[in-house]
Design a protein around this ligand. Structure first.
Ligand code: FE2
Length: 262
């Protein structure tokens, strides 16, 4: 029997606006959906160790949106770890949303829960939006972790999709511009990496490369297709939002995809 080390809830792309009436062109309301997500998390029939939000906390960087997001996501009754997405400002995320006195140029950090090391990256470096990059200093920091003689299971989180998939929309429009460099920096630790968790594409998907599993999650706002051959952003009409429950054990990773109605 595998020994469970931790369980966390993977959420992403809440896109909360300062405007309570803001909706997508299909009438999907980001704040209402985020409030429903908070209710889902707070009513789970078990106690997760933490919640991981892989970025795009708000719709566009403005302080009022982060204040609104604080009131909505602040209701989650478990610890929440946040990443910056392309719709975020790393600076405002730290200063306004997280109320940090010291602001890092890029918001990357690590922590440990139940013997599992968790590394959160900031992929909002220079690139043509909605792409992004992980800047060189951050890659060097990541290599110091992945090349260390460290036996702990390792969980990695980043906002953007890292690898090519053969879907033009994902590969040439959405993907991190230096995704290959990120994957190369992870390789030395592939024996202990339990997953690379990301958002951005508003869809569940899994990619396994060199023994490293990349797993994305639905947004809490609207969902987007990623069909083979797709070149344009193509919404998935009427698709429900969702979240993933991730269970990390001594010898495996289990991911359960959930959807919910608003
Ligand atoms: Fe994004």
């Amino acid at each position: 029997m595998t020994h469970i080390l931790l369980r966390f809830v993977h959420i992403s792309d809440t896109h909360i606006s300062h405007d309570p009436n803001y909706v997508s062109d299909r009438g999907v309301h980001p704040t209402r959906n985020a409030e429903a997500l908070v209710a889902q998390i707070n009513n789970l029939p078990f106690k997760p160790d933490f919640v991981l939000h892989t970025g795009d906390v708000i719709y566009n960087p403005d302080e009022a949106a982060y204040e609104k997001a604080r009131t909505v996501l602040g209701q989650i009754r478990y610890p929440v770890h946040y990443l910056a997405g392309n719709h975020d400002s790393s600076e405002m995320l730290q200063r306004v949303f997280l109320q940090r006195e010291t602001v890092q140029p890029a918001y990357h950090y690590q922590f440990e829960v139940n013997g599992v090391q968790v590394v959160c990256m900031d992929s909002t470096g220079p690139a043509t939006p909605p792409s992004g990059t992980v800047i060189d200093d951050q890659l060097a920091w990541l290599r110091s972790i992945t090349e260390a003689d460290d036996p702990r299971p390792l969980v990695v989180a980043v906002h953007h999709n890292t690898l090519e998939t053969g879907v033009p929309w994902l590969d040439t429009f959405m993907r991190m511009a230096n995704g290959d460099a990120l994957h190369a920096a992870l390789l030395p630790a592939r024996h202990r990496i339990r997953g690379v968790f990301y958002g951005h594409i508003h869809q569940n998907s899994q990619t396994l490369r060199d023994g490293i599993l990349y797993s994305s999650v639905l947004g809490s706002w609207y969902q987007i297709h990623s069909w083979p051959g797709q070149t344009e952003t193509t919404l998935e009409p009427d698709a429900e939002p969702g979240f993933n429950i991730v269970t990390i054990s001594t010898d495996q990773t289990h991911i359960r995809n959930h959807r919910y109605s608003v």
